[in-house]
Design a protein around this ligand. Structure first.
Ligand code: FES
Length: 479
């Protein structure tokens, strides 16, 4: 449905004047919406041209349409495909593709191969040996698969001590297959199976780790670095425990909510502690692209700083180390000023502990750094549980359908949308990842996430539904 869906494009008529991404579309315009192109949008889908059935956002495709005009028969179509594929796989497990050339029905809205030639040996049909198979039934799932239920198995290929309290894991596919490509800033979620905290009701925790290394490099492995957090929620303690090479792990992703602008004229890359993981990948990518960059890496002491030797070898004088116990702390305001003098359009990407990011954001504000030129990835949410005595309820109008929902004082917008049957994707539900973003048409938003830049907040076109709320009593969303 995403990679090569049967509906490549569909027609629409603009019923009123509208502006889409700065392009005016007058009433009466005939549009051909090329959904197949959106289905391969690299900003939405990592490695978009790869067919990856473990892609956890595959159901974000547009082949059934979107919003109020989604295909009414989509759930029936999903059920039919489940029945068809499950029955085929059960009855003809020895089925294989025959040699052939594919030719396609020349139709943008009902596209597909004219023929699919397959072959099998009827004598080996399993029901001839096991008649019960004929009647075997597999339960049907109704609706799209939940992104969180789509996982990928990998095995631990190498465990390395990278620095004090930092463990590196190299993960490969069980049979050594290539893994989906990723882009600088991407992360995977790791199921920390045995770390289930009794206090959380035994829920198995998933933890996000940025991918390290060269995005254009090793196609058969993912590498992550995990900081041991004694006071954390258990995930890092488990990953620092007695894991063995060859042990299986389940992961989700890769996904990228911290995407580097590959058209940037220059990059200032700032990392603190374990925040080096996405930033090092960005530096590597900048070097490959030939984009001017400098990489600033801060740490409490040399012993706690991972990857230093490799970074020195790769980046030479472009790497600046700032080590607190050697008295070489980074002067972030000065770094911003130097970067601006060298190239006024420099983009800044930063990842690290809250103190470093707060200082950087304050320095950027004091130095009038452009609001869309600073991108930070936070590890720590600032959200607290909703307190109904402090919050207020508000109303949300969904413009596509004209429905109006009430969001209670102790309820998130995401919760209210889901309760009304509006499917919204979410990952962290802590304001950190950006996956629950919804378009805003009118209203004053109280932004509480740590994803949107100041410029994006000022533009007032979007909000994170897991945490942000209405400042007043009403919002209109483009849903
Ligand atoms: Fe991650 Fe909302 S789900 S920001």
């Amino acid at each position: 449905m995403r990679h090569d869906g049967s509906v490549a494009a569909w027609r629409r008529l603009a019923t009123r004047d509208v502006v889409i991404d700065g392009v005016p579309v007058p009433a009466g315009s005939k549009l051909l919406i090329v959904s197949a192109s959106g289905n391969h949008d690299e900003r939405r889908f990592e490695d978009p041209d790869a067919l990856d059935i473990r892609r956890d956002n595959a159901t974000d495709h547009l082949t059934f349409g979107h919003g109020a005009h989604q295909c009414l028969g989509r759930e029936l179509a999903r059920m039919e495909m489940q029945v068809f594929i499950q029955t085929f796989a059960r009855r003809l497990p020895q089925l294989r593709l025959a040699e052939q050339r594919f030719s396609y029905v020349p139709n943008t809205s009902f596209r597909g191969p004219e023929h699919l030639w397959v072959e099998w040996d009827p004598a080996r049909n399993p029901e001839r040996c096991e008649p019960a198979l004929r009647r075997a039934q597999t339960p049907l799932r109704i609706g799209q698969s939940l992104p969180k239920s789509v996982t990928r198995q990998v095995v631990i290929d190498r465990i390395t001590d990278l620095a004090d309290g930092v463990r590196g894991l190299r993960l490969v596919a069980p049979a050594g297959q290539t893994l989906p490509r990723w882009t600088a800033g991407a992360h995977i979620d790791v199921e920390c199976a045995a770390a289930a905290d009794p206090a959380s009701g035994g829920v198995v925790p998933w933890r996000s780790y940025s991918l390290c290394g060269d995005p254009d490099g090793d196609a058969v492995a993912y590498e992550i670095a995990v900081l041991h957090e004694a006071e954390g929620r258990g995930g890092s303690r488990w990953l620092h425990g007695p894991l063995r090479v060859g042990e299986p792990l389940h992961i989700r992703g890769p996904r990228n909510h911290f995407r580097m602008d590959e058209q940037a004229k220059a990059l200032l890359l700032i990392a603190g502690g374990i925040g080096i993981t996405p930033i090092a990948a960005m530096a590597q990518r900048a070097k490959s692209l030939g984009t001017p960059y400098t990489l600033h890496y801060s740490g409490r002491s040399s012993a706690t700083m991972a990857f230093v030797d490799g970074l020195k070898a790769l980046h030479g004088a472009l790497l600046k180390l700032h080590v607190s116990d050697r008295g070489t702390r980074a002067d972030l305001a000065a770094l911003l000023m130097q970067a601006r003098q060298a190239e006024p359009a420099t983009q800044v990407y930063a990842c690290g502990p809250p103190g470093l990011l707060q200082t950087l954001e304050a320095a950027a504000q004091a130095g009038s750094w452009p609001a869309d030129g600073l991108h930070s990835e936070h590890f720590v949410s600032i959200l607290t549980a909703l307190d109904a005595s402090v919050e207020h309820a508000f109303e949300v109008e969904l413009a596509d359908t004209g429905r109006t929902l009430q969001v209670a004082a102790d309820q998130t917008l995401l919760g209210a949308l889901r309760a009304a049957g509006v499917a919204i994707r979410s990952d962290c539900e802590s304001g950190l990842c950006g996956s629950c973003e919804v378009p805003v048409l009118h209203g004053d938003v109280d932004h509480r996430d740590r994803v949107l830049t100041a410029a994006e907040r000022a533009a007032a076109r979007t909000m994170m539904s897991c945490c942000s709320r209405a400042r007043d009593t009403r919002l209109v969303l483009g849903l």
